[in-house]
Write a protein that binds this ligand. Structure first.
Ligand code: FES
Length: 152
């Protein structure tokens, strides 16, 4: 992986203030930021690993563990919460057999929660990759995953 990393990071070598774009580029290529990548960014940009971890922790876009092929985001914002977002999240956990920020064993899905997905009028809402599902109920959650598995 280190030669691949060296290639990804080559355009950033010797430049200042490029930590974020460099991390974005690595994540785009690898899907996440493994420890090895952070060490390589540290070496290439001559900044400490702890400084890089600080950036990663600050920006929600960065992740240090791999994600599944599909990302499920359940809204935990106020509008969704008052309309049953909690039970929707519980049902997703049951259907996928995972908790928040976990991947299914087959790496098909990652489950995340978000503060608001900008579809408050459709609360409770969830998103799978780019598809938004509104006015979701626990029954609808199960239907969505069943149809994605080709069960109906
Ligand atoms: S609060 Fe859930 S979409 Fe806005």
């Amino acid at each position: 992986m280190s030669s691949q990393l060296a290639e990804i990071l080559a355009p950033f070598k010797g430049k200042k203030g490029v930590t974020i774009p460099a991390l974005q580029q690595v994540q785009e290529e690898l899907g996440y930021l493994p420890r090895e990548a952070i060490d390589e960014v540290s070496k290439t940009l001559r900044i400490s690993a702890s400084e890089i971890y600080g950036v990663i922790t600050f920006y929600a876009q960065f992740r240090t563990s791999p994600r599944g092929r599909h990302v499920v985001r359940v809204c935990r914002g106020t509008a969704c919460h008052v309309r049953g977002g909690g039970v929707v999240l519980d049902q997703v956990k049951i259907d996928l057999g995972i908790d928040e920020n976990e991947n299914t064993e087959d790496m098909e899905y990652t489950l995340e929660t978000v503060a608001c997905i900008g579809a408050c009028a459709l609360a409770p809402a969830m998103v799978i990759d780019e598809d938004t599902f509104g006015k979701v109920s626990p029954g609808k959650v199960s239907e969505i995953f069943a149809s994605r598995r080709g069960d109906n």
